[in-house]
Write a protein that binds this ligand. Sequence first.
Ligand SMILES: [Zn+2]
Length: 282
Amino acid sequence: MPHLSFPPDSPEPLLRLAILECGQVCYARHLMTSNDGNISVRVDESRVLITPAGLCKGRMDADDLLIVDLRGNVLASANDRRPSTETPMHLEVYKLRPDVRAVIHAHPIFATALTVAGLDFPDDILPEVALTLGHVPVSAYATPSSHEDAEVVRPLIRDHDAILLRQHGSLTVGKNLEEALIHLERLEHVAEVFHHARQLGGVARIPPEELRKLANSKLLRHCEEGALPGAARQGRCPDEAIPKGDAVSSDQGIASHPSTSGVPSAQDARNDGRRQSPRSKS
Ligand SMILES: [Zn+2]
């Protein structure tokens, strides 16, 4: 898949190939089923290349993709397609995140199931999450294919490269499609591991002090590289990489994060007694 890692200012034909490749991966990995999901890349400051509505993303042609401006007006559509119904959500990301050049909205099974079950994303069970995605918030519920999706991601996307859309799917972003896809695959992998751990008898959480060490090393790495993507913005300096307001269960040693959605969340549900100890069923 040589085109997914496209550099800035890549020619439009290459970007079209990158979207086709990404769609094939997402469909084969069951990250997008049927004609669900949508993929876009930033062509330049004012134009976005995006997938059409009503088409399986694993079986597209390059001419099926459309060019839109940042207000959603169709500028070019070779096959007379309509743009994705989630175009407003993609455009909201490009307006708020100049560093982002690729957006993937998918329907990953295990990650989506978390939000259906009313659970938060388990960002404290595997070290690689703290080193990469950091905290993954769950948005408020929104009607799919409406402007509501753009509204619920607006308060979250500045500081996160991966978001779960409540009872809908995921939104991941990156400097190219390779990065956005890696975030998506990691999101789904963690959710699947969490599911299997529960089936096996319990979920062991990484202690808060260990999470803090991981978050600090992530932030230092990003600072050294001179880049500060959304995930790294969660910490302003190494000592603040884990928000100080986090609730920590003194008897269970579990780190958690406050709800960012403004609606009852999995955190609230767990505070209602559904939270489990590291060695008990959850
Ligand atoms: Zn969707």
